[in-house]
Write a protein that binds this ligand. Structure first.
Ligand code: FEO
Ligand code: CA
Ligand code: CA
Ligand code: CA
Length: 474
């Protein structure tokens, strides 16, 4: 949970979103389900619970000190640490060979098709929302609402620009690849995957062994993307895969014509007349995507590939501008079930609302039986109010994709006050499901009047934390 030590000098960050488990013996072909690495990312700070910086401070124009901004910079990014399950119970494990925090000050190498225009390194990673694992055992983290960090106009913004004068905004909004098994490895921003409000990455491997990355841009009226690598995935040589996401073609989903539209400066006249280079196209995906026919969607959040039939599930969380208040889960079926296909069919798999019982689906994960696990995120300003009253606290649902209960949502777990439930990842034996509880007590105005004190209760502040749900063993 927030504030826990992960090594001698670093701490578990704030507002954990993605959580995923990798077996400690993965690189030797193992699937150890009681000893592994947990990879967790931390989306945004709480100025209140980190620095006692209140809404009133914001309204009074109080400038944060350098120390306060530095504390917030240490609270976001990616935590990697070892965990073991002993006598049924999961425990953090001290291990200096793995445990580390990648934060908003860590040097990140800029790679891929836009690197020449952006410089060699970016300072840190921030706004990390969901993400995904690769078949070669790396982690992909998704930089989402980067725009909130370096502005000072709204109360939810972090006004780092008061003291960080040299931030390069184009250095954020990318997918960051990290090798959790090599503590000394430098994380890399994969610019060939485009720059937008990245929610997640789900990787499929095609029949030709190409790596295909599905991604959502979580902003009102933004798009769904996929990237197809030029090189083939090599199952027996991990090193050969480590930069595979730097070369390939980026496409955007056109749900009107059921086609993936290419975002290539040299091959699309619409892009040549509006941009100066492929790097320019990639930095500005929100504009380039529309020029080639990308469909404006209802905030694409997480994407997962169904292990049973390889169809691609997308959580469209909601879009009040289009009067879609509860969102839906849409399924893409690639032509010939080939992830490389440039044509697809699609259908609505489940719709949020009072009848289905869930609203605002955000994170997804599958188990091996094809059950879809859905973690919901009604925003704190709407949660338990007015038309959202019946949904209660944000919860975790299970929706079968086959059988008699196909498409029916079962509430499995409810989160504490004002949290969103996120993450969602099983151990290989499916005995444990790891889940993130993000921003409990988010509506608090002061620490003394906190609206939640989860998980320590008493007089403690609320602390975002990851939880392990066990009992699936039998
Ligand atoms: Fe950070 Fe799209 O949720
Ligand atoms: Ca999310
Ligand atoms: Ca997921
Ligand atoms: Ca969210």
């Amino acid at each position: 949970m927030w504030g826990d030590k992960i090594n001698d000098n670093e701490y578990f960050g704030y507002n954990n979103d993605f959580v995923g488990y990798l077996p400690i013996d993965l690189l030797e072909g193992g699937n150890n389900s009681s000893d592994g690495l947990l990879i967790v990312n931390h989306e945004y700070p709480s100025p209140l619970f980190i620095n006692n910086y209140t809404d009133e401070d914001f309204r009074n124009g109080r400038i944060k000190t350098i120390e306060e901004v530095e504390a917030e910079k240490r609270s976001v990014g990616i935590s990697i640490f070892r965990v073991k399950r002993v006598n049924g119970e999961w425990n953090f494990t001290e291990d200096e060979s793995y445990n580390r925090m990648i934060d908003a000050n860590t040097q990140i190498k800029i790679c891929g098709a836009a690197k020449n225009t952006l410089g060699e390194y970016a300072t840190g990673t921030l706004a990390n929302c969901s993400g995904g694992f690769t078949p070669w055992g790396t982690y992909l983290s998704s930089e989402e609402n980067f725009q909130d960090y370096f502005v000072s106009e709204n109360v939810w913004e972090y006004r780092w620009n008061d003291v960080v004068k040299d931030a390069v905004i184009e250095h954020y909004g990318w997918v960051v690849e990290v090798d959790p098994f090599d503590k000394n490895s430098v994380p890399k921003k994969r610019t060939s995957l485009g720059r937008f409000r990245h929610e997640n990455v789900a990787i499929g491997i095609s029949g030709n062994k190409k790596a295909v990355a599905y991604m959502g841009d979580d902003k009102v009226n933004e798009c769904v993307y996929k990237f197809i690598s030029s090189k083939s995935y090599n199952e027996t040589d991990r090193t050969a895969n480590m930069d595979i996401l730097d070369e390939g073609e980026l496409y955007v989903a056109d749900f009107t014509n059921n086609k993936w539209q290419l975002l290539d400066y040299d091959k699309r006249a619409e892009l040549k007349s509006a941009f100066t280079s492929q790097a320019d196209v990639l930095v500005n995906c929100d504009r380039s995507s529309k020029l080639v026919g990308g469909t404006e969607c209802n905030r694409p959040e997480d994407i997962e590939i169904n292990p049973l039939d390889k169809s691609v599930f997308i959580a469209f969380t909601n879009n009040s501008k289009k009067k879609d208040y509860d969102g839906s889960i849409v399924r893409i079926i690639e032509k010939n079930n080939d992830p490389e296909s440039l044509e697809f069919e699609w259908e609505v798999f489940a719709t949020g609302g009072v009848d289905s019982g869930f609203s605002s689906p955000d994170n997804l994960c599958f188990d091996s039986k094809g059950n879809l696990w859905v973690l919901c995120d009604v925003s704190t300003s709407k949660l338990n109010k007015d038309r959202y009253s019946s949904f209660k606290n944000n919860s975790l649902f299970m929706i079968p994709t086959v059988g008699d209960n196909k498409g029916k949502a079962f509430r499995f777990a409810a989160g504490p006050v004002e949290c969103e439930m996120c993450g969602g990842n099983f151990t290989p034996d499916e005995s444990t499901l790891f889940v993130s509880v993000q921003h409990p007590g988010e509506g608090s105005l002061t620490p003394e009047s906190a609206t939640s004190r989860w998980p320590n209760f008493g007089n403690d502040i609320p602390r975002p934390a990851v939880i392990a749900i066990t009992g699936f063993d039998s």
